[in-house]
Write a protein that binds this ligand. Structure first.
Ligand code: MN
Ligand code: MN
Length: 460
């Protein structure tokens, strides 16, 4: 099947729009390196676009009506935005969903120690990572420390040009004879991902003076103590901004494309709506990389609860209407796909691979070992999606995540499928997925945005 390279179809005007969109995306990607930062950034923007907190609507006792825009924030790590349509909510919603957590190294609850005059932080990696990729590169710390009195201290160290960066050492090649014999999964072990944070002793301190220096610094700069690590969520992530990639600047390299490269176009697409017939929703969720578990992951019922609350605010609540609203919905579950990589062609089946430049990718199914764990979208639904994309000139391609029996992966699609709604995986192709620095094509990012806009407006 011939799928054209979208670059060949763009005129100057469209190229300019694409570039403007990708510049804004780069700012988002450089600023938002944790799920909390993504929610904070998005909420600021959606408020300006007229979205109001559902909590405030409930507290005020005001009724919601068609064309109102509301949002729900779940613990600052997940977000649901509703643009209410003229049609009854029980007729279903058009849903865009993506995740905003990315693989990283989380700082342990009791992390700080001193060894041979060096101070280090213990970590526990989050999500699927090749551990050897996380050594010998500049790391930044992002997150929050919550003190016993409830004060939330935000932390971002290593992003400003004047900030220090942190990192994990690698073994010098000269002494790596034994290490180089090990399988890649053992070259760097999880428990050895320790971040070096200091080497200077505190004057007058006899016991662990280097650790004491760091604690002194944390107390002065942030007003936090060693005990406060207990109630902290600190994530070590690659330090630095998203950058243009390629001599022709056709791609973007950044940390956390998976899955912010779908999250950003998804919530931006909500701003393209004017008067909507069907209620449109964007869902940004946490914890996908570890199984969509917990109160902020897609398995949480926070979204279902939000639908119930919206119905209640419209004076239409019933248990049956909640179920109907969910079952009658249609969703694009957006997550990244593996981009065909000429360096590693053996893991791909060429006809059913995603390629840079060929637009938004749709995956009928994901899964592994015979589609296990996959949502497997209905053919009828795919036909509807094809029509919406074709009618709106959206460049899209279909793909599987690699060759049969090469591995695989899952998304949030099957979880929403549990409600009986139509769901299909879609998203942007990425090289280096889950590596500290991932790469995506600018034209695919923009086509994803256009595809999401078409989906929200066209799907009946
Ligand atoms: Mn993902
Ligand atoms: Mn992932």
């Amino acid at each position: 099947m011939l799928r054209q390279n979208a670059w060949k179809t763009y005129d100057n005007e469209k190229l300019e729009k694409m570039n403007a969109f990708c510049e804004a995306y780069k700012t988002f990607l450089s600023t938002c390196k944790t799920e909390r930062e993504c929610v904070t950034f998005a909420v600021e923007e959606i408020k300006k676009a007229g979205y109001v907190d559902l909590k405030d609507v409930i507290a005020s006792g005001k009724a919601l009506k068609p064309q109102d825009k509301v949002y729900v924030q779940q613990m600052g790590k997940a977000l649901a935005m509703f643009h209410i349509g003229d049609a009854p909510l029980e007729n279903g919603m058009n849903l865009l969903g993506a995740h905003i957590d990315s693989p990283r190294l989380d700082i342990k609850q009791d992390p700080l120690y001193e060894d041979s005059d060096l101070a280090l932080l213990d970590t526990h990696y989050y999500g699927g990572v090749k551990k050897y990729q996380w050594v010998a590169l500049p790391l930044a710390l992002h997150g929050v420390v919550v003190k016993k009195d409830g004060t939330v201290v935000p932390v971002v160290i290593g992003e400003d040009e004047s900030d220090p960066v942190l990192g994990i050492s690698d073994l010098l090649i000269h002494l790596a004879q034994n290490q180089m014999e090990k399988p890649a999964s053992k070259v760097v072990e999880g428990e050895d991902l320790n971040i070096l944070v200091g080497s200077r002793p505190l004057e007058g301190e006899e016991k662990e003076p280097v650790k004491a220096y760091i604690l002194n610094l944390l107390s002065e700069k942030y007003g936090i103590t060693e005990e406060d690590f207990t109630s902290a969520e600190l994530e070590a992530v690659p330090a630095g901004k998203a950058r243009d990639y390629g001599l022709d600047r056709s791609m973007v390299m950044g940390y956390g494309h998976d899955d912010r490269v779908c999250a950003y176009p998804s919530y931006q697409a909500m701003f393209s709506l004017e008067h909507v017939q069907k209620t449109c929703v964007c869902l940004l969720v946490d914890k996908e990389e570890i199984g969509s578990v917990g109160a902020t992951g897609m398995h949480s019922r926070f979204f279902e609860n939000a639908v119930a609350e919206v119905l209640e605010c419209m004076g239409q609540y019933s248990e049956l209407k909640v179920r109907r609203a969910l079952a009658n919905s249609k969703m694009l579950s957006s997550d990244v796909s593996a981009a065909f990589d000429p360096n590693y062609p053996s893991v791909m089946e060429k006809k059913n691979s995603a390629y840079f430049g060929k637009g938004l990718t749709i995956n009928k199914y994901t899964g592994s070992r015979g589609k296990s764990g996959s949502n497997d979208a209905n053919a009828e639904y795919i036909a509807e999606i094809r029509k919406a994309f074709d009618d709106n000139g959206v460049a899209y391609q279909t793909a599987e995540l690699g060759k049969v029996d090469q591995g695989g992966g899952g998304t949030i699609a099957y979880i929403m499928g549990n409600y009986g709604m139509d769901v299909i995986d879609s998203g942007v192709a990425v090289q280096n997925m889950h590596a500290p620095w991932e790469v995506a094509s600018k034209i695919d990012i923009y086509e994803a945005y256009l595809g999401y806009c078409a989906f929200l407006k066209e799907i009946k």
